[in-house]
Design a protein around this ligand. Structure first.
Ligand code: ZN
Length: 179
């Protein structure tokens, strides 16, 4: 398959059939651009592309934001920031070697879940079951139980205003505006 390559030396683009591997030399400037190297070469990957820098920034921003939140929470509660330090995130993984940036949680619950999974059991429920539960919530012995409970509580409290709602809620025929 011929793909478009860019010579790192002369920066010219050329089509090359990579079926049998990378070209050894640039067909335009004839510079050796092969990726053949000795096994003991020290290879330092360039990880500071615009894309990776942005990923890094997102993780840093989340961590910095959490520090601000801890300060705000301490201000509101009138306690030293140290007491709210639990809100501070300091251990996000901003590399790309894990599925999630957060650390895996290990506690008796996850250990139990792992044990069930290891024995071929199922933990939590998947999308199919979620849809089933959702459908039952509309039709079973007490339809819309959660929504009704919410309405009862809301009816007992004086409305103070209406927060903007997503269209899926505002346009739902079952939705009744509170104000
Ligand atoms: Zn070239």
């Amino acid at each position: 398959m011929a793909i478009l390559l860019k010579c790192p030396a002369c920066r010219e683009k050329f089509k090359y059939d990579v079926t049998d591997g990378w070209p050894d030399a640039c067909p335009i400037c004839h510079t050796n651009i092969s990726n053949k190297r000795d096994d003991d070469d020290v290879v330092v990957p360039n990880i500071l592309s615009f894309k990776t820098k942005n990923n890094d920034k997102v993780a840093r921003d989340i961590m910095n934001g959490s520090e601000t939140r801890a300060e705000l929470a301490a201000g509101m509660a009138g306690v030293p920031v140290a007491e709210m330090s639990g809100l501070k995130i300091t251990d996000l993984n901003d590399r790309n070697d894990a599925l999630f940036a957060t650390k895996d949680i290990v506690n008796p619950v996850t250990q139990q879940m792992d044990m069930i999974k290891a024995r071929g059991g199922q933990v939590g429920f998947g999308a199919t079951q979620a849809a089933e539960f959702a459908a039952n919530a509309h039709t079973n012995v007490e339809p819309y139980a959660g929504a009704r409970a919410r309405n009862r509580i809301q009816n007992a409290l004086r409305p103070i205003g209406q927060a903007p709602l997503p269209r899926e809620i505002a346009d739902n025929p079952n939705y009744r505006s509170r104000v």
